[in-house]
Design a protein. Sequence first.
Lengths: 431, 127
Amino acid sequence: MNRRQFLLTGAALAAVNGIALSNVRAATSSAKARIVIAGAGAAGLALASRLRRQMPQAAITVIDEKTAHHFQPGFTLVGAGLWSPDDVTFRNADFMPSGADWITEAVAEFDADSNTVATSSGRRVPYDFLFVATGLALDYERIEGMDRSLIGTNGIASIYANPPAAAASFRAIDAFVDQGGVGLFGRPTTEMKCAGAPLKVTFITDDLARRKGRRSAVKLVYNAHNPTVFSVPPVHDRVTQMFAARDIAVNFSHVLKAIDPGAKRATYETPEGVVTFDYDFIHVVPPMRAPDAVMNSPLPWQHGPLATDGWVEAEKATLRHPRYANVFAVGDIAGVPRGKTAASVKWQAPVVVDNLVAETSGKEPLATYNGYTSCPMVTAYGKAMLIEFDYDGNLTPSFPFISPLEELWISWLIEEKGLKGAYRAMLRGLA
Amino acid sequence: MEDFNPVTMFAILRESLGPWLWGLLLIALVLVVGVVSAAMKLRSARRSPKHPIIAAALAGGVATAIFFMLVPGWTMATHAALNGPVDYLVAILIAFIPGGGIAAMVFSMASWRCARRTPAVCDKSMA
């Protein structure tokens, strides 16, 4: 009997009787497991908070060198010139649950065969259960000629890099609207976080130009990476219709390959070959991949579409690793379709925690994740569409009175006033 | 929707409002105590609540209308952003929060004033 089996068996025998299983009070486990969470982003902190409460006797270790925490869903509003970088910057320490051991070092290596994680200082941390929540890496360098230091210069914007870059992106958008010319938008062909954001930036630029009376001075072109602008068919149809109504041109199957910042030229790969466009403004969305420590480990998919960029292999419904049963992947790093948003984390974290609690209590883990994700698609200053969907691309609205494909102020209200509080509550394991 | 239980909603409100939440709850508590005590005072003085209610409804209605005009700006939007019945309904409900507070305050003040006056001033029918 190895340590993990011993823990499972022991915990099952010692399972607390009468554990409340109501909707309000979550189940708990008395297992004294060693749990390592790699990453203190949205997923890592949400997991740590829930595990601290639901497995009070477990030894929880969080590994992440970052001390600042960024509310990434707010980057769009920074890029729209409405919020400041400070509005989306928190401190990880404020959300780290008491009793969790936080190692402020980077994860250097995952050794899933020996159940250890190595940190950047060479420290090896053993675990019984591992939650991989590292987030992802922005691979700007994969676009020839692109470097994140270019953001805010030469008409280059990119709200993804960090809050100051999002603020610099707004200045670039504003200057472009004032000066006029051609603006290019698009997204990479990789899996990506918040796939609605490139569309939001396009809509915001259009609306800003209209508000300034400069719409006729700018030409906006959205270069979709494949034959759709959004992977959910009804959303694709709706956005395509809105782009047409707003005179935003769309090129399909155009993937940004290189840019020449000095000459302001962007090169795209298309099914017909390479094409080059001159631009006055470009919003660059970087290709995204797993961080090096994950890429270099045995955890990623070994084949299939999610293998190339190193996403951690995970069962869709449980986020459990099929080859390493004591490993779970949560958040952006999880190799599942869609699901790279904070809204996904909100639904993923309870599933994996509840299943671990059940398992270590000798019960059958029954919780499942249906791929829920959400994108408050900002379509103008003050308007948004609250789009929610699952793995199958079914629209799954949470509020029956909010039409997901209708531009509404209430959806903007949720984006502008509601999400940050809900996100912070999620980090504390309370939402 | 099933996830929006009171515990979750309170946690979200607490994170959204920070220390302001406790200030707002205190104001709400003061208003509730004010309304209840004013109603009891009216009752013990054997006065009709008709005039205080009318005054509160008028003040609350005007305040709600004013705050309705301000609500979109609070979200960095304009009234042009209101795009459907649900938008107007939610904006009115949000405006009703300060409007209701002002109505409660006016009711309390009017009730105390009414209770102190002679019956002829506030309610001839109960004199």
